[in-house]
Design a protein around this ligand. Structure first.
Ligand code: BMA
Length: 322
């Protein structure tokens, strides 16, 4: 994907991850009836890009909308939410839906998100053409959030990172991994990594972010980490490398965040102080990575990094706290 969004690191910056100078790329009231679009996921498609967006409607409830872009920055987002159907073509009632991820596995696009099922858990759906969207079984019992599939089967099974949680705002949380032979039955649950005092920014809870990126050094994972301050939660972004064949094994993990709320669109908004990555584009030839993140539960923003520099950084600064 040579045409993924890209901007050079500013000459006065030595950050491993740097923000797009024209952030945010999606602002307040982006389409009729929708107040805010954030925490959203993107994927390459026919030389262009498709996004699955978390759109908080003016009634306050979040739904998923599809969108298209030639450059990954300017988006045409459908004004209608995605209407899921079941395998027999019958409409599935739209519950709330938030924090989507999208991945292509063997010619099928899978979407996972936080769905309504007697409380939040992980919904799963698929599409081949972005016209009909078929709802599959929910992956887990309530309560669970941050369901993130790997982009290929590992040892014959689909693998999903996930974060057991509660029905509220969850003052705890580690990243687990579950396996499925058929995208229906999930089991062989494993603990991947915990919140930790290795960095106070991730001391309350953590959750997987974009689809893990396969590299020669392991699965590159971006995740969010949360601290509970006297003014509430603050969401930052960290990174880790997981073993290629046994991805519940953490090889390296940084103690410092890569991105934390600093700029106005991250610190001021519907929920202040949130940086929440849900999508990433990777060009293997140049090593460029574009990360899509929600800012302050209000905006969509992007940031950039270079894979070889990032991996070097993770290895040099690794602090494992398992
Ligand atoms: C989490 C999710 C995210 C949100 C975050 C901060 O529990 O609801 O969608 O970005 O809280 O409000």
């Amino acid at each position: 994907m040579p045409n993924i969004p890209w901007e050079k690191r500013p000459s006065d910056s030595s950050n491993i991850v740097w923000r797009y100078s024209k952030n945010p790329i999606i602002n307040w009231n982006p389409i009729p009836g929708v107040a805010r679009i954030f925490n959203s996921a993107v994927i390459p498609h026919n030389g262009e890009f498709i996004g699955i967006f978390r759109a908080d409607h003016r009634n306050g409830r979040p739904y998923l909308h599809a969108g298209r872009s030639k450059d990954g920055i300017n988006w045409q987002i459908d004004t209608d939410k995605i209407n899921w159907i079941d395998k027999n073509g019958n409409p599935v009632p739209p519950g709330y839906a938030y924090d989507p991820r999208i991945v292509k596995i063997e010619n099928t696009y899978y979407v996972t998100w936080c769905t309504e099922f007697y409380g939040p858990t992980i919904g799963v759906g698929m599409t081949k053409d972005f016209k009909s969207f078929i709802r599959l079984e929910n992956a887990f019992l309530p309560f669970n959030r941050n369901g993130v599939l790997f982009p290929r089967k590992i040892n014959g099974n689909y693998i999903m990172l996930n974060r057991p949680s509660d029905i509220g705002h969850t003052p705890f949380g580690d990243i687990f991994l579950s396996e499925s032979p058929d995208m229906q039955y999930w089991g062989r649950h494993r603990h991947v990594m915990g919140k930790g005092d290795i960095g106070w920014w991730q001391s309350t809870k953590i959750g997987a972010g974009p689809i893990p990126i396969e590299t020669t050094e392991g699965w590159l994972l971006f995740y969010h980490g949360v601290i509970c301050t006297c003014n509430g939660f603050v969401y930052s972004m960290g990174t880790a490398l997981l073993d290629i064949n046994q991805p519940d094994k953490v090889l390296y993990r940084t103690g410092d965040y890569l991105l934390t709320p600093e700029l106005e669109y991250e610190t001021v908004g519907f929920v202040p102080n949130v940086v929440f990555p849900c999508g990433a584009l990777y060009d293997a030839d140049t090593g460029r990575i574009t990360i899509y993140y929600g800012a302050a539960d209000t905006y969509t923003a992007i940031a950039f990094t270079q894979v070889d520099e990032l991996i070097y950084y993770i290895k040099e600064n690794s602090v494992i706290d398992e």
